[in-house]
Design a protein around this ligand. Structure first.
Ligand code: 5GP
Ligand code: MN
Length: 345
């Protein structure tokens, strides 16, 4: 898969933002992660400084370890306040679609977005964008949507509005989507941007602590349980996976975001190049896939589990029971045996 870049002219957007005060809605995807919240809040803080009315809307709850971000109070969670969220979207003059490129990622307000007459802007780094925005800034080669937000903001000559708060949001987004600069971060440009961000004087170590040293004891015990009791290693397919039922999650008083990162652990086993995490939700099974090397988990997820994402990090959903989902997954592996065994990672 080669990288794709679609980068529209910034003039129409520049014009809309430079005139009178307008209403801007910044939308991001279900199960918002550090990049989704970092990128939307960076724009939120800039637009507020410019005097525009800005709101961030996400489908469901923001994990506690992201709630420290400057501007977090400006986030509306659709699941909690659907009427307010719908009103904000339908009254907006400008809508940003950030860190997603297909409306299925925001099913909750898909219809409201489609019906809105607002000018729409996409800033994203996933492959294959749907043509759902008037201005598209999409680049699969960048580390994160947050990095792309920085680029777009500079091209719009809005860098004068970048302050310590904005810099922290963008930095947190880049840090989160690169696993603290361990993947998707070999382009020197990413570090040039990080260097510029650090010049605003925030404490990057504190950002790490806020995100990664802010968990409950239950979360750590759940991780221990997953690795000790639940991890299945299928050496034959260079694959390992973990599954969690509703009951197991309840036992550890599961909070949103608690299983964030679990899917990466089995990838550290020598020889393993494909991992999955299955978590049973109220009405579907949420799946996370990770891989190393050439095995494209976004294609795998799109084909079999109603999902997508990046080549080495994707998500999906299954609408049958957890048991059936696991059975389907295991039964698919022989088909990919050759590909997994010859994987370059
Ligand atoms: P995660 O496993 O952390 O939820 O997601 C990994 C990557 O896949 C992220 O870039 C995320 O945006 C994307 N992703 C997660 N779930 C889905 C999904 O259901 N559909 C699509 N298209 N992408 C997803
Ligand atoms: Mn992202």
């Amino acid at each position: 898969m080669t990288d794709e870049r679609i980068y529209h002219d910034t003039s129409p957007l520049k014009e809309k933002l430079s005139g009178k005060k307008i209403k801007v809605a910044l939308l991001s995807h279900r199960n918002p992660d550090g990049d989704a919240i970092g990128a939307t809040l960076a724009l939120y803080n800039i637009f507020k400084s410019m005097g525009h009315e800005a709101n961030v809307i996400v489908p469901n709850i923001v994990p506690v370890f992201l709630q420290w971000m400057p501007g977090y109070k400006g986030v509306t969670v659709f699941e909690k306040m659907n009427k307010k969220a719908e009103r904000i979207i339908s009254e907006s003059d400008l809508i940003f679609l950030v860190d997603f490129n297909e409306l299925s990622r925001v099913k909750e307000f898909e219809k409201t977005v489609l019906e809105s007459k607002a000018y729409k802007v996409m800033i994203d780094h996933h492959p294959g964008p749907q043509q759902i925005a008037d201005s598209i800034f999409s680049d699969t080669s960048v580390s994160s949507s947050s990095e792309l937000v920085f680029e777009v903001v500079c091209d719009l000559n809005l860098d004068q509005y970048i302050d310590k708060d904005v810099a922290q949001c963008i930095y947190a987004g880049i840090m989160a989507d690169t696993g603290c600069f361990s993947y998707n971060s070999s382009n020197p440009k990413t570090f040039e941007i990080v260097s510029r961000l650090l010049s605003y004087g925030f404490d990057k170590d504190q950002i790490y602590y806020n995100v990664y040293d802010n968990f409950s004891a239950n979360r750590l015990q759940l991780l221990g349980y997953c690795l000790h009791e639940k991890m299945k290693v299928l050496e034959k397919y260079r694959t390992a996976f973990i599954s969690l039922s509703k009951e197991e999650m309840k036992k550890f008083q599961f909070q949103p975001g608690d299983s964030e990162g679990f899917v990466n652990y089995p990838l550290s086993i020598k020889g393993i190049c494909f991992t999955a995490l299955f978590t049973e939700n109220k009405d579907y099974v949420k799946i996370s896939f990770r891989s190393k090397g050439n095995f494209a988990v976004n294609e795998f997820s799109k084909k079999y589990f109603n999902g997508g994402g990046h080549k080495n990090a994707a998500g999906g959903e299954s609408y049958v029971s957890l048991e059936k989902t696991l059975e389907t997954f295991i039964n698919l592996l022989p088909e990919f045996e050759k590909e997994l065994l010859s994987n370059d990672a």
